[in-house]
Design a protein. Sequence first.
Lengths: 403, 144
Amino acid sequence: MPGQLFKAAAIAGAAEANEIGFLENPVTALELHIQAIKNVCDQTGIPIAKIEGVFSTGWSTELCEHLGITPKYIDTTAVGGCSFEMHVHHALAAIHSGIIDVALISHGENGHSRRKIGGGGSGNYGAGAGALSPAAEMSMAYGLGGAPSNYSHAMVRHMHRYGTTSEDYAHIAKVTRDWATLNPRAAMYSKEKHPFGGPITVQGVQESRMISWPLTILHCCMVTDHGGAVLVVSPKVAAGLNNKPVWIAGAGESMSHGNMLEMGDFTATSARHSAQTAYTMAGMGPSDMEMAMIYDSFTITVAITAEMLGLTPPGEGHTLWKDGHAAPGGKFPVNTNGGGLSFNHSGMYGMPLLVEAYRQLSQTAEDGVHGDKGKQTDARTCVVNGTGGSLSTTGTLVLMADD
Amino acid sequence: MGGDPKLSYNKPIPNQGNHTKPFWEGAKNGQLMLPRCVDCNRVHWYPRHICPNCHSTNLEWIEGSGEGSIHTYAVQHMAFGPWAEEVPFVTAYIDLKEGDRMLTVLRGVDATKPEDIQVGAAVKVEFEQANDDTFIPYWRVVEE
């Protein structure tokens, strides 16, 4: 008997870049990708705009941005030359589950040309690095360095559009620190743990060192060491666990751009779309959520995301914190571990979001090791949202406590 | 960073791509060259191998007006390499008159008075020679 995924998807077409081999005129890896994509879409009659899932060895964000498409399934599995067969496997699962109907699997690698011009991908900054991605080529001259120097532009645009102030966002840093003071594992738990730890004030946030106006350092997350892991299992396995499972009610993903240069609306992220997908899958909406774990790389990140998740009207994300709702004891707890702002942020903060959401929904947040009194909430549902890049990519989950 | 000792330019200088050559050639003559799709007639930035709006590969270069307005901005107090010597300086995203957006370091503004800078303010492009082949566009706020 064939398995459940037997003939669940088909390869509709296959093509290559216009010229391949030992090319005399050097090409970038990006060019090879784009040519092959154009050719396979011409061959099949499937327009590029209809691509819903993008699978590549690390290139997916750049490809989507270059093509101007916003997929709802993004895979960058890069485990060597067999990655592309695995991409087919992953696409098969995504199509079978009904998430997407059209998956692009793309390859571009200038193994020959890169000896002359370099790879031509993102991140090749500096002299002698060879070909740049065109976005890097047109951005690298202007002195931006690191995430704060980019995210500040989003805050200024939000302030312009909605009349918010940087002090509005400072409340987020203050309230998130309050959560950290309930979490002995938080880097900023106390003055004893870290010289800059313990409670902070809105005024203190505003008067801390300026990094990229209007972002002071206390509007920015830390850079720490962190490791975490989760297991996702079938209901059958979940039924036999020693500990309580937390159920995945909904999931969605999306992206709007890779480089901030391509961010169409500086006051919005693709969380609007990834959340919609997750809520629809869950059969629930923002009003059904009882807490949230939201990536807070910067205060502006979490404020905009709250708006995108439908937790507040547009322009009012910061009010969740300013009005105390998101604080310990408030009616809608957010970032109960102390956030990337005050718990831990190692560079990619998505995993701590998952760990804390599990602890809250399994009622293990206040276990005497991971949380002091007042950290455990009684939430039964949690919306989790990770943001990547420069407000570029988003993944949203709706999680539920076990019955 | 490469650099002509005759020139004082000490900031990072982009390596030029094959498909962006017309932009850098235009910059030498003080022209802001922009890629436009022949099929859908829309200008896009940064330069693509394919139109990000309609996915045609029928692209051309036009001379832009060099006019635009501030979409948003920030003041950098922490920077790296040679830019570290320039802090504070103002970075901005510029809405081009022809459509789409460019990043720049803004000129003609006071970085110590960020509240005085206006989103929507008119700006004009100018070019600074970085080396023999590279003239880098910067945008300056137009005096009212």
